[in-house]
Design a protein around this ligand. Structure first.
Ligand SMILES: [Zn+2]
Ligand SMILES: [Zn+2]
Length: 248
């Protein structure tokens, strides 16, 4: 069984824990090392159980804890070359993220996403014939994204903002343009559209992640996504603190 738990989501920090009886990994570590350790322990694991941290891109909300996690607990951190170039942290155990990686009985493949970072990726996680996808920070839907999401049993995906709330909200113009741009963040509507193309009765769970605090509301994200993905879609939301565990 593959277990998945989003430990944190949003601009204050992102991290997702995935584990089996054999191994445990984190996708991103955007909280402090202490917060990550606490949330890993609250999931029934020890921080030393974490075999690897895989980094999607170098923005601070995805890497905040990696320096201390690598130094203090010896956890190896994997990022691709472009992402490492953007990481200004003294990480001790550096690994090079490859297109395909195997940790115990989990196999991981990365895929490119459009976002304003050096070489950002999303992750497909395969275990026992099942697939889960963890993908945040996506400027717009691409064929790579759709391919990755197809036949995925569990999807954790960004549903960042409502376009009207963002346009009429408090952010300065340049920031609005950045978020709305092709290498910014995924709107509720775009998220719903791509989910509408890929989910079906075999989809176990869809978790909406990286919701903007200022430019979104959880119920609005869920409602908008369901407009496109169907009322029957098994939508979950990340909230404050760790989300419920998903089993696959
Ligand atoms: Zn980012
Ligand atoms: Zn982010």
């Amino acid at each position: 069984m593959l277990r998945i738990r989003n430990l944190a989501s949003g601009s204050s920090g992102n991290s997702t824990l995935l584990w089996t009886d054999e191994t445990a990994i984190l996708v991103d570590a955007g909280l402090s090392a202490l917060q990550i350790r606490r949330r890993v322990e609250a999931s029934g694991l020890e921080i030393e159980d974490i075999e690897a941290i895989l980094i999607s891109h170098e923005h601070i909300d995805h890497i905040r804890g990696i320096e201390r996690l690598s130094k203090r607990y010896g956890i190896r951190v994997y990022a691709n070359e472009g992402t490492w170039l953007g990481i200004r942290k003294d990480v001790e155990n550096r690994g090079m993220l490859k297109d395909e990686m195997v940790f115990g009985d989990i196999r991981i493949t990365g895929f490119p996403v459009p976002h304003d970072a050096n070489d950002p990726v999303g992750f497909q996680v395969m275990h026992d014939g099942n697939k889960a996808v963890v993908v945040t920070d996506v400027g717009h839907p691409t064929k790579y994204l759709k391919n990755a999401l197809e036949e995925s049993s569990v999807i954790i995906i960004e549903s960042n903002h409502d376009v009207d709330l963002l346009k009429n909200g408090p952010y300065p113009y340049y920031l609005k343009q950045r978020i709305l741009g092709p290498e910014g963040h995924l709107s509720n509507e775009d998220c719903g559209k791509v989910l509408g193309e890929v989910i079906n009765e075999d989809t176990v769970a869809v978790m909406l992640a990286h919701l903007s605090e200022h430019n979104n509301k959880p119920e609005l994200a869920e409602r908008t996504v369901k407009e496109y993905a169907g009322e029957g879609a098994r939508i979950m939301l990340t909230g404050r603190g760790a989300a419920p565990e998903i089993r696959l």
